[in-house]
Design a protein around this ligand. Structure first.
Ligand code: ZN
Length: 90
């Protein structure tokens, strides 16, 4: 028996991308610049890694701790919104 560790609320790629897109759309409607950085968990050492390219979910990611390449089948994301440059309506 192998119990999968429940350390993060990771989502499958498809749902992850859909949720990220929905979040971005919401900010876009408000005229607020925003981007997401996808996250994954290293399958070897369990380190939580963030992909540095905004709005890009790669097939694989390299762990910054141990250098192991993980096939990203699920993950999370962090959203960054620039509220300071929010467009002001005339
Ligand atoms: Zn690692």
């Amino acid at each position: 028996m192998y119990d999968e560790p429940r350390t993060h609320n990771d989502l499958p790629r498809e749902e992850l991308m859909a949720r990220a897109q929905a979040a971005l759309d919401q900010f876009a409607r408000q005229g607020t610049p925003a981007h997401v950085n996808f996250k994954f968990t290293c399958e070897r050492c369990g380190t939580r890694c963030t992909l540095s390219d905004p709005n890009t979910l790669y097939e694989e990611g390299e762990c910054f701790q141990c250098g192991h390449t993980t096939k990203i089948e699920k993950g999370g994301f962090a959203l960054t919104a620039n509220l300071a440059s929010r467009h002001i309506k005339p």
